[in-house]
Design a protein around this ligand. Structure first.
Ligand code: MTE
Length: 318
């Protein structure tokens, strides 16, 4: 995300996106990786795949047929402010985060509230691999082979009632384990919301893995949301709370800068972000000289999801 710079972030920590991307691609072309702006001899090679291999993962017909990005692209270029505001920070700062044991508190308009252990929540389900595009509001994109469970299957376990119009998600709130929460970059914990229809849509995924392995910490271990037709910031990481609400929740970004980040956050090339166009995107990993490509409405998932927004003015409801 690009936000107005709070006073507590020194300018040295903020790298212009274009400069950053070019530096990264140039170094990549030369076979060199960087951490925090310095060439680090210890990681000249691409990072090795980590995490336990997940068993019995089924391929999903919902996948795109695009070539996924490399493990290295997906795990070293992240947005995760709980572990730093730079793209390379989470890979370094989340290294010692331990996502086990993990519980998810479920509350609100449902018949089965309670504290659910991660393993108990996930184990009754079949894991699916779904290759989805991720389009970030900053105008870059990646294609990622997530492993997960449709959110609808998880939600049904909690038996939401007829008053459940929205689903609110919160990330773990623990500044000892998530050091970025000691800085007031956002109003912690990170919070996101979906309408119940969006949450129950078959494309909406709770990801627990990547490339057939357990989710790396920097990508939101142990469990994070993926809503492929929305900008990446909707896809909240390390979920510790789920609540069914009557009223529309206000996400962290909406609260921080309401004029720039709305509740819906649908990928929409026709609605510019107040400070830049959303019409084109730069696929990460395509090389320094690859041109930007046009962004597709709903990130290419319009046929499946446009009907969720019938009658809604998508310019006002951005
Ligand atoms: N979730 C939490 N808890 N904190 C964050 O800062 N960043 C969001 C989203 N989920 C974020 C988060 C943004 S802006 C993006 S683009 C995606 O995570 C990035 O996911 P990735 O790092 O796996 O590519």
């Amino acid at each position: 995300m690009l936000i107005k710079r709070p006073a507590d972030i020194p300018p040295s920590e903020i790298t212009d996106e274009f400069v950053y991307l070019n530096r990264r691609e140039l170094l990549k072309a030369a076979g060199i990786a960087t951490v925090g702006g310095l060439v680090s001899p210890s990681i000249l090679a691409a990072p090795e795949m980590t995490g336990k291999e997940l068993r019995d993962v089924q391929k999903s017909p919902f996948s795109t047929d695009q070539q996924p990005n490399s493990w290295s692209d997906i795990t070293t270029y992240n947005n995760y402010y709980e572990f730093g505001t730079g793209k390379e920070d989470p890979a370094v700062n989340a290294r010692n985060f331990n996502p086990r044991p993990w519980a998810i508190d479920v509350s609100g308009e449902c018949d089965k509230p309670g504290s659910y252990d991660y393993e108990d929540l996930v184990s009754p389900h079949t894991l699916e691999e779904r290759i989805y595009r991720l389009r970030c509001v900053e105008a870059w994109s990646m294609v990622i082979p997530w492993v997960g469970i449709p959110l609808a299957s998880i939600i049904k376990q909690f038996e939401p009632n007829s008053q459940a119009k929205y689903v609110r998600f919160k990330t773990l709130h623990d500044s000892k384990r998530m050091p970025g929460q000691r800085r007031r970059v956002l109003d912690w914990p990170y919070e996101e919301g979906l309408t119940i229809e969006e949450a129950m849509h078959p494309l909406t995924l709770m990801a627990v893995g990547l490339y057939g392995r357990e989710l790396p910490n920097q990508n939101g271990a142990p469990i994070r949301l993926i809503v492929p037709w929305k900008y990446g910031f909707k896809s909240i990481k390390a979920i510790a709370e789920i609540s069914f609400t009557r009223k529309r929740p206000r996400s962290s970004w909406e609260r921080a800068i309401p004029s720039e980040y709305g509740f819906y956050a649908n990928v929409n090339p026709e609605v510019s972000h107040p400070r830049w166009s959303q019409a084109r995107e730069r696929p990460i990993g395509a090389g320094l000289f690859a041109s930007k490509k046009p962004t597709l409405m709903f990130n290419g998932y319009a046929d499946q999801v446009a009907s969720l927004y019938t009658g809604l003015d998508l310019r006002k409801n951005f």
